[in-house]
Design a protein around this ligand. Structure first.
Ligand code: NAD
Ligand code: USQ
Length: 402
């Protein structure tokens, strides 16, 4: 299949592009490079020494003989160029990773909130409008988030996107329908993923665009079989207080002797998936595009297990000898929650989950130790507080009312 990978220079996009290419798909990466510029803005670098995109794809060609095309384009701004690209490439599938994906970054300041909304919503909408304008029957595969469901403890396993509700109609007779699961986003970033869902619902119903929305949990790990084939193919690994996600942060903290930074009680339960499973899920979603209805968005929960933050900290501490620090939480989120989620659809397509217990934790510890000298420990603390109450609790200065 011909596949465009939007955001293909990023943490999930790069190994997914390689995996699709390794499985015989014709891949073109589209990326504006904004994430590398955000690294500069924040004064951080990936733990791992990632190479420029042009060098990455050259190395992939040398190692495998496969060619991956690259196009520099801002999905949120360069609409005409996007239409031209779709017209020229005529992709069978477009995988959309190209959004600002860090909750703390999205909450740093009014300008970061506005950037996240502008970038993510305009990017997603431009893609949908361009698919319709070009008349392509391209399957859109979007990376959404488990965070759209919110983190209130509910007495059910979270369904995949839809909730079946029964209510009395005007005659008092029971009426049943599927609705999008009510969203409870916990950050401006998660809010954009909730709003993306409505864009998808509209374009599926109005224009018959075939769409899969993957509600992905927190991705951990860094390497896949493909990125490990050559040093120049190495994947990104974020550890800083804005982009680093919890388990990968703990692994780096352990490697540099920094106490593990648990927010609050650590009773927050979240969904997780290893990057090796992410790339498989993307391929399974792309290759099953013919099963997607033209009027109803397919939503699949891209998760393999759930864990409490404190349990992860204790596991990393037990594996590495690190100490655990319980810190004031900069986020406005529930101190504790239960979470279980269905993932029947990806299992049904053939996903065999890689679990935390299966030894990959040690691989990640080794990578964190190997590149520990690249870590700037001053970038580890999370300084982005969700509101003035949280700013006061964490000792961060107020940014005031604007
Ligand atoms: P990332 O920041 O590493 O990669 C995103 C890529 O998209 C970057 O290379 C960036 O330059 C590009 N990009 C952003 N805006 C763009 C635009 N307007 N035009 C063109 N390119 C643009 O993020 P990631 O971790 O790879 O996440 C990819 C997707 O997966 C995101 O949509 C994210 O919400 C979702 N996701 C990630 C995780 C995770 O734990 N990393 C979990 C669930 C969902
Ligand atoms: N946390 C800590 N200590 C830390 C960092 C985080 O205790 O040092 C806590 C947070 O307070 C939160 C939990 O760990 O309760 C998860 O935080 P995270 O930064 O690992 O994940 P999150 O902000 O939810 O975002 C990440 C990705 C995002 C993706 C989301 C999937 O950055 O792109 O959408 O995971 S999910 O969480 O399922 O919504």
């Amino acid at each position: 299949m011909r596949v465009l990978v939007l955001g293909g220079d990023g943490f999930c996009g790069w190994p997914s592009a390689l995996h699709l290419s390794a499985h015989g798909h014709h891949v073109t990466i589209v990326d504006s490079g904004v994430r590398r510029r955000i690294d500069d803005e924040l004064g951080v670098q990936s733990l791992t020494p990632i190479r420029p995109l042009a060098e990455r794809v050259r190395a992939w060609h040398e190692v495998t003989g496969n060619t991956i095309g690259t196009v520099a384009l801002d999905l949120a701004r360069d609409y005409d160029e996007l239409v031209d690209l779709l017209t020229t490439e005529r992709p069978d599938a477009v995988v959309h990773f190209a959004e600002q994906r860090a909750a703390p970054y999205s909450m740093k300041s009014p300008s970061h909130k506005r950037y996240t909304i502008d970038n993510n919503l305009n990017g997603t909408h431009n893609l949908l409008a361009a698919v319709v304008q070009t008349g392509l029957d391209a399957h859109v595969v979007h990376l959404g988030t488990m965070g759209v469901y919110g983190y209130e403890s509910v007495p059910v396993d979270l369904p995949e996107g839809y909730l079946t509700v029964t209510y009395p109609d005007r005659n008092g007779d029971p009426h049943t329908r599927d609705i999008l699961y009510p969203t409870q986003p916990g950050s401006v970033y998660h809010l954009t993923k909730s709003l993306d869902q409505l864009l998808f619902q509209f374009y599926a119903r109005n224009d018959g665009v075939r769409i899969t929305d993957l509600h992905q949990g927190i991705v951990w790990g860094t390497q896949t079989d493909d990125t490990a084939r050559d040093g120049r193919l190495i994947n990104r690994f974020d550890y800083d207080g804005d982009y680093g996600t919890v388990l990968n942060r703990f692994l780096v903290q352990a490697a540099v002797g920094h106490p593990l930074t648990v927010h609050g009680t650590g009773g927050q339960t979240r969904a997780f998936i290893n990057i090796r499973d992410t790339v498989r899920c993307i391929r399974l979603a792309v290759e099953s595009g013919s099963e997607v209805s033209a009027s109803r968005v397919r939503v699949m929960n891209q998760v393999t297990e759930t864990h409490r933050v404190t349990d992860l900290a204790e596991l990393v501490a037990a594996t590495t000898g690190a100490t655990v620090a319980y810190l004031p939480n900069p986020r406005a989120e529930a101190d504790e929650n239960d979470l279980d989620a269905r993932n029947d659809q990806l299992l049904g397509l053939g996903l065999t989950p890689t679990r935390l217990a299966t030894g990959l934790l040690t691989e990640s510890v080794d990578i964190a130790q190997k590149y520990a000298t690249r870590v700037d420990t001053s970038r580890i603390p999370c300084t982005s507080a969700w509101n003035d109450t949280r700013r006061a609790a964490t000792g961060e200065p107020s940014i005031g009312r604007r």
